[in-house]
Ligand binder design. Sequence first.
Ligand SMILES: C[S@@+](CC[C@H](N)C(=O)[O-])C[C@H]1O[C@@H](n2cnc3c(N)ncnc32)[C@H](O)[C@@H]1O
Length: 348
Amino acid sequence: MAAFTSRLFNIFTRGINLRKYCTNAPVEFSPLMVQNVLELLNLKDNDTVLDMTFGDGLHTEAILKSNESVKVIALDRDPFAIEKAEALALKYPGRVQPLLGRFSDLPALLPPIGIKRNTLDAVMFDLGCSSIQLNDASRGFSPEVDGPLDMRMDGPLASSSITAYDILTKADEQDLGRILKTYGSEENSKKLARSLIACRYTLEGLASTGQLKEFLKGIFEEKSGRVIKNVFYALRTFVNNEFNELNFAILFAQGYLKEGGRMVSLTFNQLEDTIVKRHITGNVLENSPNPMPFLYYSQTFKLSQEEMDALRRSVWTPLSKHVITPVDQYKSTNHRIRNAKLRGAVRL
Ligand SMILES: C[S@@+](CC[C@H](N)C(=O)[O-])C[C@H]1O[C@@H](n2cnc3c(N)ncnc32)[C@H](O)[C@@H]1O
């Protein structure tokens, strides 16, 4: 299980303990906070936008409709999403370039289509699962539809990478506990890891999302809703290496946006938002967000002015003073939307 531990995102093993939310949620059929997203993108004629999380293509289509000369590069790691992007490319000839791959594949994917560093006008990402992924029981993302414990966003392409089932059946107790705590902010992580390991030997084991959900219900009873969200979120983000991917996406945007280009991000969990916020407002150590808020950087020694300046340095200017959240009307209807956090920043 050393391989699992080595995947733990180093910033989150240094003691961060923030609250948790999960994006395994009811599916919405309109692009989330689309007006705010378009305002922050502030697209001009002939701009090229990279939508890093094409998903169901709803944001991409809204962008295409907002200005008929804008072009979109549509990236997704999920081949089923890219099938949709190919259909959209036919509907909007010459304006959509589908790209199959992860954020971390972008440096290899862009040169062949003629995109160089410092040339993009805007990038956006809308994290979490698409409705294609959530609604397909065989993908194993949702506790609401029973299916195998898979959770790989790359789908069939990822045949050699680990699944949620691998983690639940092979990780040792300590690693499992760390994954649940670090990735899901689950406060009962130790107890839960012990129960999940015991379940391997005493019961038939857990093979499906429905079995995992029932197992957690049996242990946590009325508190199980929160635990189910945390466990599914922890497994999904670990399987897909999502925090490292997000960190990479922001560093990538830094290098590929032109001066004055815009980055717009939609996140649904405090851990994700913290990564984005610390990049934008400046609290980054060795290309990773500092796990501690700037104010509490160290209780034991005082930083020199030079060290403080280095931590505060940012290549971004935020587009709004505070994070943008959905208006109340939306908050009550869908908990994915309720927890949405929108940020925009200009590349200096
Ligand atoms: C919430 S959905 C995006 C929905 C989209 N904005 C829309 O309007 O339909 C997120 C998508 O991002 C993709 N994704 C997540 N992490 C990724 C990564 N590291 N690289 C590429 N795609 C990723 C997922 O496969 C999923 O399809």
